[in-house]
Design a protein around this ligand. Structure first.
Ligand SMILES: [Zn+2]
Length: 482
């Protein structure tokens, strides 16, 4: 087995440990996904970009990651929103989930293997609830709901550091008579008329919030698995409940070997919420800043730190920072694309030739310390400064020399999802195809068929190729920032 040594900060043990998968090189990764009752916002996107990079990096380092991200396609919020809109809640979830997938495509998040829907796992949910009742961890309330009895699970609170007494509501809070204790949580909700419901041994109902996760993971990843991710706000009660349910139902512990939690996105100091308007929606932010600026903004912070979403300051800064990094990366890619990897020219000056091969190794080694994307990006800025200060005339360089200069940016493309545009062998193919398309566009313009000329320009733009017309003809390059 040839995988890189990686360390991970585990929220449960509160320490950074060497990552040791249960069945190396396989890695089971589960991340809490969307409840698609409204458009995704920039806070969700931070979590998704963080775990996209975790997955890309682990795959690069030889791990075979199976990444599952659930979709809570039925819950109280969906039912309430669907009632407001006069539509079916499951259809509402489908619609928002389709929009979410499209936004993730725009954002360059392609790493998820499976998006299971909660309502497709009702049989597994019923099995798990039956196990919990049989083992004495859950009970049926008179109305047909089933609750997890927190007092029966001694480890409850270990992940979040909460004490059960702290969870008990004060005297002013109305007591729910169906529960044996206030901290008990529902795993099966007796349905009210008009809601989607399923038959169960306890009466018609629907899954509680937490149970879908563990029913899915036992089925898809096994009773124990390697890595669980999600936003910090999910530690309590959601992830605490997951541990109690799965370990209670199966007896296997620990459910998860490494819990990774990404920091919250703050909006001028307050927790992100859906009430903040359009710029806070992922689509709005993608329209305004573009995918590359957003990714750089998210990744240029430690994933566990809180991050301020500041449309006036931090986002424009990220846009400028990205432009500084992308300018040399794009220029080298364009030169490679035109000449191909066999392009003839000068070799690298000694100062760069020595530095280039070791640099990608430094990037990998840096990121492998608990996925420190901020430190890796600092290295990329250092590389960019080095190139610009070297005074090398890039236009004169050979294909292999250019490829070495570009290698750290190619790493940024593969692992961080920055810097568009293929290089290497693929660049040669583009160098063949794009001039043919440009020639066709030039002929269309010559005969006055501007609609056809525009169509060709747009088709090229759609695959990231930007055209520039000047007196000498049409030049082209890869556009990094869509
Ligand atoms: Zn979840």
């Amino acid at each position: 087995m040839n995988v890189r040594r990686v360390t991970v900060y585990d929220s449960r043990t509160r320490e950074t440990r060497v990552f040791a998968p249960i069945h190396p090189p396989r890695v089971g990764l589960y991340v809490c996904g969307m409840t698609p009752y409204a458009p995704a916002h920039v806070g969700h996107a931070r979590t998704m970009v963080v775990f996209d990079v975790v997955t890309r990096a682990l795959r690069r380092w030889g791990y075979r990651v199976f990444y599952v991200q659930n979709v809570t396609n039925l819950d109280d919020k969906l039912i309430a929103r669907a009632a407001d809109e006069g539509v079916d809640p499951l259809a509402l979830a489908e619609r928002h989930f389709a929009a979410y997938r499209a936004a993730m495509e725009r954002l360059g998040v392609h790493s998820v293997n499976l998006y299971p829907f909660a309502t497709d796992y009702v049989p597994e949910i019923l099995t798990q609830i039956a196990q919990l009742i049989e083992r004495g961890f859950a009970y049926r309330a008179p109305d047909g709901s089933v609750y997890f009895e927190v007092a029966k699970f001694p480890g409850y609170g270990a992940l979040s550091g909460q004490k059960i007494e702290a969870l008990r509501p004060g005297a002013r809070v109305e007591r729910d008579e169906r529960k044996r204790a206030p901290e008990d949580f529902v795993v099966w909700k007796a349905s009210t008329p008009g809601e989607p419901s399923w038959d169960s041994p306890w009466g018609p109902g629907r899954p509680g919030w937490h149970i879908e996760d563990t029913a899915m993971t036992v089925r898809l990843l096994g009773e124990r698995y390697d890595l669980h991710g999600g936003g910090l706000d999910l530690i309590f009660p959601h992830h605490e409940a997951e541990i109690a349910q799965a370990e209670g139902a199966t007896g296997a512990a620990p459910l998860v070997n490494y819990w990774m939690h990404s920091g919250l996105l703050l909006f001028e100091g307050t927790k992100m919420s859906k009430s903040l308007g359009n710029v806070a929606t992922l689509d709005g932010a993608l329209d305004e800043y573009g995918a590359m600026t957003l990714r750089l903004y998210y990744l240029n912070a430690h994933y566990r730190s809180p991050l301020d979403f500041d449309p006036v300051k931090s986002l424009p800064e990220a846009r400028e920072a990205y432009a500084r990094l992308a300018q040399p990366a794009d220029r080298i890619a364009a030169l490679l694309a035109r000449g191909g990897p066999e392009r003839e020219g000068a070799e690298l000056p000694a100062t760069l030739a020595d530095a280039a091969p070791a640099f990608v190794e430094r990037l990998d080694a840096t990121l492998a310390e608990d996925f420190d994307t901020r430190a890796a990006i600092a290295l990329l800025f250092g590389w960019t400064r080095k190139l610009l200060e070297s005074g090398v005339n890039w236009d004169d360089l050979s294909g292999p020399a250019l490829a070495e200069l570009r290698a750290p940016y190619d790493w940024g493309s593969e692992v961080l999802g920055l810097f568009g545009g293929p290089t290497g062998d693929a660049a040669g193919a583009w160098a063949e195809i794009v001039p043919v398309a440009i020639a066709a566009r030039t002929r269309a313009r010559a005969r006055g068929d501007f609609a056809e000329a525009d169509r060709i320009r747009e088709a090229l733009a759609a695959v990231g190729v930007r055209l520039e017309d000047d007196a000498r003809g049409t030049r082209w390059s890869f556009a990094s920032a869509p």
